[in-house]
Ligand binder design. Structure first.
Ligand code: ZN
Length: 82
């Protein structure tokens, strides 16, 4: 049986790498009986989703910024120096 410390470490690691089946089984077993770690796991999943939304929005902002950069490039090209 995993300790809560080991379980929370696996939860964090599962965000970055694919857990082995042994780790997944151990973690699933722990989450089935431990409310605190289940809650932690839920929050990590939420955080990950929030970060993904944030990254997506940053990307969209980038595309909003792009046209002015493109315009600047065109302006420079028209004036003949680059
Ligand atoms: Zn626990």
């Amino acid at each position: 049986m995993l300790s809560c410390k080991e379980a929370s470490r696996l939860v964090s690691q599962s965000q970055d790498r694919r857990l082995g089946w042994r780790e997944r089984m151990a973690l699933r077993l722990h989450l089935a009986v431990c409310d605190a770690c289940r809650e932690f796991s839920r929050q990590m999943a939420w955080l990950r989703q929030a970060l993904r939304h944030f990254a997506l929005r940053a990307e969209q902002d980038e595309t909003v910024r792009l046209p002015s950069e493109a315009a600047e490039r065109i302006r420079r090209a028209l004036h003949g120096h680059d």
